[in-house]
Design a binder for this molecule. Sequence first.
Ligand code: FES
Ligand code: FES
Length: 180
Amino acid sequence: MPKDTRNPAAAPPAGGSGAAPAPHLPAALPISVNGKPYFHEGDPAMPLLWFLRDSLRLTGSKYGCDNGQCGACNVLLDGKAVRACSLPMSAAANHAVTTIEGIGATNLHPVQQAWIEADAIQCGYCQSGQIIAAIDLLKRKPRPAEDDIAAIGNVCRCGSQPQIRRAIARAAELLQGGKK
Ligand code: FES
Ligand code: FES
């Protein structure tokens, strides 16, 4: 007898005759955002950035180039900076995401404090992504060289790169227990 490969979800209900078949829905994808559990029930190919901004209304992560270049959409995925515009929900599922809203939610993060001291913000559009990138760098390299800081590569159209670099150097001092 040939194997029945029909989708059980599409089978008519028992006893029913003309009912429309149930649509095939993708499985809900679990994800942790800023320490809270969520499920994504839509297209698994949807970028993480849309889920954060449109579903959760966490709009601190920005939409810039949409092709992984500018870094405005940076978030931490299990502690590492990733481009949320380029990461599908299927890849983000079962991981822990931290957005800028989850950084310093109770106390100012040293990187945020350094940003204030260095007066690094102009329009602000790129800054959440810059701060996320700095946190990632300082975790990997607590005493970054100037080249390490310059290599971050996030775009700032306001020309704040010199202040941002100073802020990252200051954040490294603060994280090392430097004078606050
Ligand atoms: S919007 Fe994601 S890298 Fe530019
Ligand atoms: S502060 Fe305006 S784009 Fe960076």
